[in-house]
Structure formats: C-alpha cells, structure tokens
Design a protein around this ligand. Structure first.
Ligand SMILES: C[S@@+](CC[C@H](N)C(=O)[O-])C[C@H]1O[C@@H](n2cnc3c(N)ncnc32)[C@H](O)[C@@H]1O
Length: 216
C-alpha cells in the first residue's frame, strides 16, 4: 500500500478511534454520576471485573512499599473503592498511616467490612490538612473525576514538600497527555512536576495502564 493511500485511511481511523474513546469515557462518567458504582448492581459489576485489575493493584502496592519503605509515612488512596490496595498495604507497609478517600458510602462500607479506613471526600475536596501527606495514590479512579484540574490543585495542597502523587488509570478511558498537561497548567502546577507515562505491565498483549506522577 502506498503512503498516500495509507494517509487517506489513517485520517478517518484516527477520527473513529477518537470518537470511540470519547463515547466510552462519557459512558463511564454518566454511569458514575448516576451513582452507578454505588448501587448494588454497580458493586456486583465492579466486583466481577475487579480480579482483572489484581495485577495493577500488586504493581501499585509494590511501588508504594518501595517509596515509603519502613517509615510511618502518611499515604492516602483517592477513590479507594472497596479498599483492595489499602488492604494489601496494611500487611506490606505496616507502619504507614493509611487512609482512603471515597465519595461512595457503599464503597466505604465495603472497605470498613474488611477493616480498611476510608473517609468521605473526593479528589476535588480532600478532607485533609495542607502539607499533611507523603504519598497520594489512586487506581482506576481518575477517569471518574469531574474536575481534574481542581483535583490536581487539591492534591498539591495536601502534599508535604518532597511528597508525591501517583495516579494509575486505564490508558484508553482516561485523559491524554495533552489533557493532563492542560489540567496541570490550569491547576497552576509547573509542567515539570506532572508527568504521564505508559506502564510496562502487559495484559492480553497490550499495555493498558498509565501512570500520572505529580511532585510537590
Ligand atoms: C473503578 S472504582 C476503583 C476503586 C479502587 N481504587 C480500585 O482500584 O479497585 C472508581 C472509584 O472512584 C470513586 N470516585 C468517583 N468519583 C470520584 C471523585 N471525584 N473523587 C474520588 N473518587 C471518586 C468511585 O466511587 C469508585 O469507588
């Protein structure tokens, strides 16, 4: 196939991909805004797909342990859901001070039933003091946030000097590199303090996860 024909095909292909991604992200947010995950059916649906994310959760727990070591670091999990990451960290980082922030009461109740502490709040309104957090993590939640730029500013507010945030999400449902740069700009953060990268982790031959790092 010559270059001209390839270019003619690539254009509509890129537009179709862009539209599909946009529809998927809108669909996921619409479900969430109607309380999707917080219903019994939503919980059941998430419970049945959750094992697919066990590899990502293990990766995140290893990252947290390698960052905080054996320090009594303050670690928060934003949009912690049923608390899988925090539950593993109670064993793997036993001296860390762990808190989940979660807007759904049902999810908080599920976490509490496993002995995981989560408080009511959202990424846009973190119920935490300025400069009080060493490490903020989040898994599979960023694409649900209504106002990501406000959330970035809020995360920056609660981090101690030298602290960092690591936000892990599904590459095809979450924000693009350009959007992340824009949120960082709107949040008044320096471009160098926010980075987006694709994780090495492979699932069914693709690399489905991204990591957004935000330095204090
Ligand atoms: C797909 S679940 C992921 C749960 C958990 N982090 C995990 O990896 O299993 C997304 C979670 O984000 C929460 N969420 C939705 N909007 C949020 C917001 N604005 N701030 C923080 N969390 C939010 C939902 O209630 C839900 O528990």
């Amino acid at each position: 196939m010559n270059v001209r024909r390839l270019t003619l095909l690539a254009g509509p292909g890129a537009v179709a991909l862009f539209i599909c991604r946009g529809l998927m992200v809108r669909g996921i947010r619409a479900i969430d805004q109607r309380g999707g995950l917080a219903t019994r059916r939503g919980e059941r649906a998430y419970g049945s797909v959750a094992p697919l994310f066990a590899g990502l959760h293990r990766h995140v727990v290893d990252d947290v342990v390698s960052i905080v070591g054996n320090r009594p670091a303050v670690v928060i999990d934003i949009g912690a859901g049923p608390g899988d990451v925090l539950f593993a960290l109670t064993w793997r980082a036993p001296v860390a001070v762990l808190t989940g922030v979660e807007p759904s009461r049902k999810m908080r109740e599920l976490a509490a039933s496993r002995g995981v502490a989560e408080v009511d709040g959202s990424a846009e309104t973190l119920p935490l003091e300025d400069g009080s957090v060493d490490l903020a993590v989040s898994t599979l939640s960023l694409h649900h946030w209504d106002r990501p730029a406000q959330a970035f500013a809020e995360i920056r507010r609660v981090l101690r000097p030298g602290g960092q945030a690591r936000l892990y999400d599904v590459r095809f449902a979450t924000y693009t590199e350009a959007e992340v740069r824009q949120f960082a700009h709107d949040a008044g953060l320096g471009a160098a303090t926010v980075r987006r990268s694709v994780l090495e982790e492979h699932v069914l031959g693709v690399r489905p996860y991204v990591l957004i790092t935000l330095d204090a």
